[in-house]
Write a protein that binds this ligand. Structure first.
Ligand SMILES: NC(=O)C1=CN([C@@H]2O[C@H](COP(=O)(O)OP(=O)(O)OC[C@H]3O[C@@H](n4cnc5c(N)ncnc54)[C@H](O)[C@@H]3O)[C@@H](O)[C@H]2O)C=CC1
Ligand SMILES: O=C(O)C(=O)COP(=O)(O)O
Length: 524
C-alpha cells in the first residue's frame, strides 16, 4: 500500500484520483500530527504552509516525491530533496488566473481605498471626502517578472487603459512583442511607473529587489503591490518609505514571515493586506490539486512526470521512445561499476545510431544511477545521480555519433579508473531485448541480467569443461553461456548466466584453475 501525506488544505475534488485508488492510502493531516509515522509515507503533498526542510526529509526516509499544489517552491529545500533522490513537482499554471485576478483586485482596492472605505461604512460612518482615489486609466504600470502571472496582469491592465512596462531579464523580445508591452530596464521601470507589481519567484537575486536603493529610484507617490512572495519588497525599507511619505500605498498578499503577527506594516492606514489569498479560489484549488494528484499518480505508476523541478521534463511520447535505452543504460551502469571495483575518475558515454537522436539526459542519469548504486549507501536515482557523481569527483560526458556501427543503436560506455580503463557496448533490439555486444575489448553477445559470472582466461581446449565441472559439483546450474576471444590461443572470456548467485569461496576455487586470469561476479 502506497501512503501519501497531504499536509496542507487541498481540494477533495482535485485529490479524487488519489482518493479513489484502492492501492493508495491518503492521510490528510499536518506533519506535527503524524510525527511518529513520518517514515511510512511515500509521497508528501503540500501548499505554502508546510516547510519541507532537510530535517523533515531526513525524518521521511521512504519519501519518493513531494508535490507542491501551487507554483512557488521556496518552502521546499529542493537542493536537499535532490540530494536525497526525492522528486519535487509543482502545479505551474493551475492558479495563474486566480493570482492575476487577485493582483488586479488589490490594485483597484489600493488606488480606490476600498478596504478603508469598507471599514469606515461598517463603523457606521459616511465620510465620502476621506476616500477620494485615483483612476487606473492612463497610469503607468511596472510589472517586475513577466512570467505566467505577470503576463496575465498585463492583459488586464491593457484592458483598463494602462501603459504597461515590464522588466524581466529572461524575457525574449519576440514574446514581449507578441504581447505588446514595453520592455525596459529595471531603472527605467522604477522611474516611469505609477504602480509597481512584482511577480518573480523569491530567489537570492529577487530577495530585497525593491530595497532602499531601488525604492529611492521610484516616483514619489508610487503604489506598490506584492502578490508573489514576502521579501521581494524589503519590509524594513518599505516601512521607511511609507513613513517618509514617498510611497503612497501598498497592497500585500504575502509576508516575509507568515502569518506576520503584530507586524509594524499592519499599522499603516495606506497598507492593505490579505492573508496569502492569491491562489485561494475554488477553481485554482481544484486545478492545482488535480495537477499534482495526476502527476503523483503517474510517478507512482512509473510513468514520466511533466512538471518536475529537479528532473528533466519528459513528454509521454519522448518517454516511450527512451524507455528501452533507459533500462539498458541502468544495467550497463550496474555491470560496469561491479567490474571496475576501484576508484573511478571519469565516465564517457557515446550514443550512436537512433539513440543519438533522442533526449539522452535521462538515459545518462539512469546509467550514472546504475553505476553509483553499488557504491553509495544512500538512495541514488535519476534525480540525484549527476549531483552524487560530481560530489564524488566522477566526471561524465556524452558524445553522439550518427553511425550505429553494426547496430541500429548502441551505447558505448568507457570508465576511466585509477588503474585501468574499461569499455562496454550495449544495444537494444526490438522484440529481443538488451544485449551487451562488446565487453572489455571482446566481441560477445549476452543479456545484462540476473546472476552473471565473467571469466577471463587463456584460449585453450578444455577450459569450458573445467569451469562447468566445478560449478556442477557445487550444484550451480548454468542458464546461458557466451564466449569470446581476441584471437585463437590468445585472451578469451566466458560470460555465464547462473540460476543463483555464486559465493565468494567458489570464485576463489575457479580462480585457481590454471590459465584463468580472474573471475568477477556481476549481479544485475
Ligand atoms: N500569492 C499567491 O498566492 C501566489 C503567488 N505566486 C507567486 O508568484 C510568482 C510568479 O509566479 P508565476 O508567474 O506563475 O511564475 P513564472 O515562473 O511563470 O514567472 C516568473 C517570472 O519571473 C522572472 N524572473 C526571475 N528572476 C527575475 C528577476 N531577478 N527579475 C525580474 N524577473 C525575474 C522569470 O523570468 C519569469 O518570467 C511566484 O513567486 C509564485 O510563488 C504564485 C501563485 C499564487
Ligand atoms: O502557488 C503559489 O506559489 C502560492 O503562493 C499559493 O500558495 P498556497 O498554495 O495558497 O499556500
Amino acid at each position: 500500500m502506497v501512503r501519501i501525506l497531504v499536509s496542507d488544505a487541498m481540494s477533495e475534488e482535485g485529490l479524487a484520483p488519489l482518493l479513489a485508488d484502492p492501492t493508495i492510502e491518503v492521510v490528510q493531516k499536518k506533519v506535527t500530527e503524524v510525527e511518529d509515522e513520518l517514515d511510512k509515507f511515500d509521497a508528501l503533498l503540500v501548499r505554502s504552509a508546510t516547510k519541507v526542510t532537510e530535517q523533515l526529509l531526513q525524518n521521511m526516509p521512504n519519501l519518493k516525491i513531494v508535490g507542491r499544489a501551487g507554483v512557488g517552491v521556496d518552502n521546499i529545500d529542493v537542493d536537499a530533496a535532490t540530494r536525497y533522490g526525492v522528486v519535487v513537482i509543482n502545479a505551474p499554471n493551475g492558479n495563474t488566473i486566480s493570482t492575476a485576478e487577485h493582483t488586479f483586485a488589490m490594485m483597484a482596492s489600493l488606488v480606490r481605498r476600498i478596504p478603508q472605505a469598507h471599514i469606515s461604512v461598517k463603523s457606521r460612518e459616511w465620510n465620502r471626502s476621506a476616500f477620494v482615489g485615483v483612476e487606473l486609466f492612463g497610469k503607468h504600470l511596472g510589472i517586475i517578472g513577466f512570467g505566467r502571472i505577470g503576463s496575465e496582469v498585463a492583459k488586464r491592465a491593457r484592458a483598463f487603459g494602462m501603459h504597461v512596462h515590464v522588466y524581466d531579464p529572461f524575457l525574449t523580445k519576440a514574446r514581449a512583442e507578441k504581447i505588446g508591452v514595453d520592455v525596459c530596464t529595471l531603472d527605467e521601470l522604477l522611474a516611469q511607473a505609477d504602480i509597481i507589481t512584482v511577480h518573480t519567484p523569491l530567489t537570492k537575486e529577487t530577495k530585497g529587489l525593491l530595497g532602499p536603493k531601488n525604492l529611492a529610484k521610484t516616483k514619489k507617490g508610487v503604489y506598490l503591490i506584492n502578490c508573489a512572495r514576502g521579501g521581494i519588497i524589503d519590509e524594513q525599507a518599505l516601512i521607511s518609505f511609507l513613513e517618509n511619505g514617498h510611497v503612497a500605498g501598498v497592497a500585500l498578499d504575502v509576508f516575509e514571515q507568515e502569518p506576520p503577527g503584530d507586524h509594524p506594516l499592519l499599522s499603516f492606514d495606506n497598507v492593505i493586506v490579505t492573508p496569502h489569498l492569491g491562489a485561494s479560489t475554488i477553481e485554482a484549488q481544484v486545478n492545482v490539486a488535480t495537477q499534482v494528484a495526476e502527476e503523483v499518480l503517474k510517478f507512482l505508476q512509473g510513468k514520466p512526470v511533466t512538471s518536475s523541478i529537479n528532473l528533466p521534463t519528459l513528454s509521454k511520447d519522448v518517454y516511450e521512445k527512451i524507455q528501452a535505452f533507459y533500462t539498458l543504460a541502468r544495467k550497463m551502469g550496474i555491470v560496469a561499476s561491479q567490474y571496475m571495483s576501484e576508484p573511478v575518475q571519469e565516465i564517457a558515454i557515446t550514443y550512436s545510431g537512433s539513440v543519438a537522436d533522442l533526449e539522452t539526459t535521462f538515459i545518462t542519469r539512469s546509467l550514472l544511477a546504475g553505476f553509483l548504486k553499488p557504491r553509495v549507501a544512500s538512495t541514488v536515482n535519476e534525480v540525484n545521480a549527476a549531483m552524487i557523481a560530481k560530489e564524488r569527483g566522477i566526471a561524465f560526458s556524452e558524445k553522439f555519433s550518427a553511425n550505429g556501427n553494426d547496430y541500429n543503436n548502441s551505447i558505448t560506455l568507457t570508465v576511466y579508473g585509477e588503474n585501468k580503463t574499461f569499455t562496454m557496448k550495449g544495444t537494444h533490439i526490438a522484440h529481443y531485448g538488451d544485449r551487451i555486444v562488446h565487453f572489455n575489448g571482446f566481441a560477445i553477445d549476452f543479456a545484462p541480467e540476473g546472476h552473471l559470472l565473467y571469466i577471463q582466461h587463456h584460449d585453450k581446449p578444455g577450459m569450458i569443461g573445467k569451469v562447468g565441472n566445478i560449478l556442477g559439483d557445487h550444484q550451480v546450474n548454468i542458464a546461458t553461456m557466451q564466449v569470446g576471444r581476441q584471437e585463437a590461443g590468445g585472451k578469451a572470456i566466458m560470460m555465464l548466466s547462473l540460476d543463483k548467485p555464486l559465493d565468494e569461496a567458489l570464485v576463489e576455487i575457479l580462480e585457481k584453475i590454471d590459465d584463468i586470469d580472474f573471475v568477477k561476479r556481476l549481479e544485475v
